[in-house]
Design a protein around this ligand. Structure first.
Ligand SMILES: *[C@@H]1O[C@H](CO)[C@@H](O)[C@H](O)[C@H]1NC(C)=O
Ligand SMILES: *[C@@H]1O[C@H](CO)[C@@H](O)[C@H](O)[C@H]1NC(C)=O
Ligand SMILES: *[C@@H]1O[C@H](CO)[C@@H](O)[C@H](O)[C@H]1NC(C)=O
Ligand SMILES: *[C@@H]1O[C@H](CO)[C@@H](O)[C@H](O)[C@H]1NC(C)=O
Ligand SMILES: *[C@@H]1O[C@H](CO)[C@@H](O)[C@H](O)[C@H]1NC(C)=O
Ligand SMILES: *[C@@H]1O[C@H](CO)[C@@H](O)[C@H](O)[C@H]1NC(C)=O
Ligand SMILES: *[C@@H]1O[C@H](CO)[C@@H](O)[C@H](O)[C@H]1NC(C)=O
Ligand SMILES: *[C@@H]1O[C@H](CO)[C@@H](O)[C@H](O)[C@H]1NC(C)=O
Ligand SMILES: *[C@@H]1O[C@H](CO)[C@@H](O)[C@H](O)[C@H]1NC(C)=O
Ligand SMILES: *[C@@H]1O[C@H](CO)[C@@H](O)[C@H](O)[C@H]1NC(C)=O
Length: 330
């Protein structure tokens, strides 16, 4: 009886270590496949350092969990790497942090990456990725930071990316400098965890929802410049109480600049210039923005007098009011 118990315990131990080394091989195989699909490694970083006779945990850019020894981070920004991203990367099931930004990766994002259930940070910025932004990104349950800026992503921003109760952890969304078109899905403004939305330098069109700031208590950085957005700036903008940067320039916004903008007391940068359709003038309430450092509202079809309150802002460093029809104080 005793020896049977002993045998069972031994068997369990053996199975455990077998499973352990199996998982460990899975990570190694995934990284070797990742390396093999890289076509250019100018500084020979991976070809020399990622040697098969050392543990992957010693490889440059790879971090492992202390307890389980599984790969938790792949951190290879600015390594001059080119090629595609092997679908095998999706087998790194303990991966929490992925940064391969500022390289020359190409191709579309493989569906296999949707298996990265523990991923918190995905940074693929400043590469040459193409195709549509995959909808499966919205099903990564832990995702907090998504950086896809400076690529060639095209098509619409999928609303299903945000229409998921799971994706209520997302804090940072950088999609700027791509080829995105269509309207901004309004559900984006219902992800209350968001701190930064940067989706400028695209071809987005349409209007902002009038209830835009009803459910964004944490938003600090809202940058939508260099698109083809139109319609009015929602007057409930003041409900985005923590806004630090608001950038809406180089669009086709119209209507008046809402007086309520003057209630955004945390604002340091306000860019509204190069919108051809504004009516009316600079609301005097803007002068209440006591922390404002940059006020850009040049070339925005503004009329009327320049309110004296503007000159009350003691931190103001840059003021652009040119190319309007504004008249001087006196
Ligand atoms: C790879 O780089 C790491 C970190 O710089 C270093 O500790 C390790 O010895 C290198 N391994 C090889 C095989 O060059
Ligand atoms: C690991 O392999 C490299 C060649 O890939 C060799 O130069 C090095 O001596 C090996 N190191 C060990 C510890 O076996
Ligand atoms: C890893 O991923 C690849 C491609 O996604 C797959 O073919 C392979 O079977 C997976 N499993 C292991 C253990 O490598
Ligand atoms: C993104 O692209 C722009 C223009 O191509 C460039 O000025 C900028 O430095 C790039 N940003 C990064 C982080 O690579
Ligand atoms: C969100 O999902 C629900 C059901 O899952 C669907 O009925 C609705 O149309 C979706 N809305 C958007 C904007 O995708
Ligand atoms: C945002 O959420 C509120 C309540 O949860 C809902 O009434 C509203 O329709 C949602 N708006 C969008 C654009 O999804
Ligand atoms: C800007 O919007 C106005 C209407 O508000 C429209 O007449 C005009 O064609 C639009 N311009 C561009 C460049 O889309
Ligand atoms: C002002 O904006 C219009 C487009 O709305 C553009 O045609 C014009 O060149 C701009 N003026 C200056 C001085 O940049
Ligand atoms: C904002 O500015 C307006 C006009 O400049 C002023 O009447 C008002 O009292 C100010 N509000 C606050 C909260 O400072
Ligand atoms: C400038 O600020 C002071 C103190 O905050 C306030 O009393 C005054 O009314 C302001 N002037 C204008 C023109 O808003």
């Amino acid at each position: 009886m005793e020896s049977l118990t002993f045998s069972i315990v031994l068997l369990i131990l053996l199975l455990n270590s077998f499973a352990f080394s199996l998982n460990f091989d899975t990570d190694k195989n995934a990284l070797i496949s990742f390396k093999n699909s890289i076509t250019s490694d100018t500084n020979a970083i991976l070809s020399i350092n990622w040697s098969q006779n050392t543990s992957v945990c010693n490889w440059i850019g790879v971090s492992c969990g202390l307890k389980h020894g599984r790969v938790t981070a792949l951190n290879l920004p600015r390594y001059d790497l080119a090629g595609t991203v092997a679908p095998h990367l999706g087998n790194l099931s303990f991966l929490r942090y992925l940064d391969i930004s500022s390289n020359s990766f190409v191709g579309m994002l493989s569906f296999e990456l949707s298996k990265l259930r523990r991923l918190k940070v995905m940074n693929l910025g400043a590469n040459s990725f193409t195709g549509e932004i995959p909808t499966w990104l919205g099903s990564l349950p832990q995702l907090e930071e998504l950086y896809l800026y400076n690529n060639s992503f095209l098509g619409k921003i999928p609303s299903s990316l945000f229409n998921n109760s799971k994706l209520q952890m997302l804090q940072i969304l950088h999609l700027y400098s791509n080829k995105l078109s269509g309207s901004i899905p309004h559900v984006i403004f219902n992800v209350s965890s968001l701190r930064e939305i940067r989706i400028g330098i695209n071809s987005l069109s349409g209007r902002l929802p009038i209830d835009m700031c009803n459910n964004m208590p944490n938003i600090k950085f809202l940058a939508l410049s260099w698109n083809q957005l139109e319609g009015q700036i929602p007057s409930n903008i003041w409900k985005c109480t923590h806004l630090d940067v608001l950038s809406l320039s180089f669009n086709n916004f119209s209507g008046s600049i809402p007086r309520e903008t003057g209630r955004l007391s945390m604002l340091t940068k306000l860019h509204l210039g190069y919108n051809s359709g504004f009516q009316g003038g600079v609301p005097p309430e803007i002068g209440n923005l006591s922390r404002l450092e940059i006020l850009g509202i040049g070339n925005a079809s503004l009329t009327g007098i320049i309110p004296s309150s503007i000159f009350n802002m003691s931190y103001l460093e840059k003021l652009y009011l040119g190319d309007n029809k504004l008249t001087d104080l006196k």
